[in-house]
Design a protein around this ligand. Sequence first.
Ligand SMILES: Cc1ncc(COP(=O)(O)O)c(C=O)c1O
Length: 395
Amino acid sequence: MSLQRPATAVRTLPHIPEIDSRLPAIGTTIFTVMSALAHQHGAVNLGQGFPDFDCDPRLVDAVDLAMRSGHNQYPPMTGVPLLRERVAAKIESLYGHRYDPGEEITITAGATQAILTAILALVRAGDEVIVLDPCYDSYDPNIRLAGATPVHVSLRPGSFAPDFKVIAAAISPRTRALVLNSPHNPSGTVWSGADMANLAELLRPTEIALISDEVYEHMVYAGEHQSVSRFPELAARSVVVSSFGKTYHVTGWKVGYAAAPAPLSAEFRKVHQFNVFTVNAPMQYGIASYMADASHHLGLAAFYRAKRDRFRAGLASTRLRALACDGTYFQCVDYSQISNRTEADFCRWLTTEVGVAAIPVSAFYAEATEQRIARFCFAKRDETLDVALARLAEL
Ligand SMILES: Cc1ncc(COP(=O)(O)O)c(C=O)c1O
């Protein structure tokens, strides 16, 4: 872009400078579009991934107490020490890896900021970063903001399992990082211990860093969550990201964390310091106090398993075919018995004509991919799920 306008150019004042967009292909996200459509048509919103019920009032009380106790000024840049200590203790008790809360845990403004910060810290212009499609929508633009190239590799169609041969083939001398997400949004699949061992073997001869998005770590319904922090070899090359928004039903609070070995955390913090600097104090103190009771995160799987089972039982009396859901609060369905529409058209139609909003899985792919699969979010009150199911039964 030329920064000088020709002297002859006719200019009306005031003049807004022309901007060469850093993200020219980005519009409003599908989640926002579908939520707006759901609102407009009075549809039950099973599209965007957030609960329609409130969090535990004791968590609100803990934040309230923090504010009333004067925790209203800048907390330390890396996060409130007690919260970092509790995060370290949780990871150690669940996954057996001790992160140093002083050097290796950083509190972030949600997982989204942690992922962007990790990418900006670890990735250079000209690098490549592997993402596994379908994937969460922030990864690709985050990589582009770092001046790097996202390399999209598809998970296996149908099962959404990793295909390590295809991933291996995508690795080049320029590959700097790989973004992993298990439990997986949108498919609800969960990587096994064998998958993690395969990943470790694949990465062993490389300098590739891992950004492990584990925001659904406490929503696993089959076996145990295989955090990369369980695997010393993987943990040594990883930034592990999680979200209190998902775990404590407070997506609007935007508080999460990143755990990484000291040298990676040091780089992460350099970017964090001049991005958000620090995260709101009362939420951090409130969450730290609430976290002392581990039953709040340990009980999450049973809580969501009941909702998953209720939703799947209801889907069994519809013509939608429920795919496996071993983790997250998302349930994917195959609608090929009902319609030949594209996923985007089907979801739009489902929202406006049937009154249930869903998200097309095609929205999570870089390449045009049509599998006749839609994603529902079951983080909803039972009454909400029942109303949606009654409408879906009419299909
Ligand atoms: C896979 C994945 N990563 C990250 C996030 C964002 O988490 P946060 O709200 O803590 O930024 C989400 C939210 O939907 C998600 O599904």
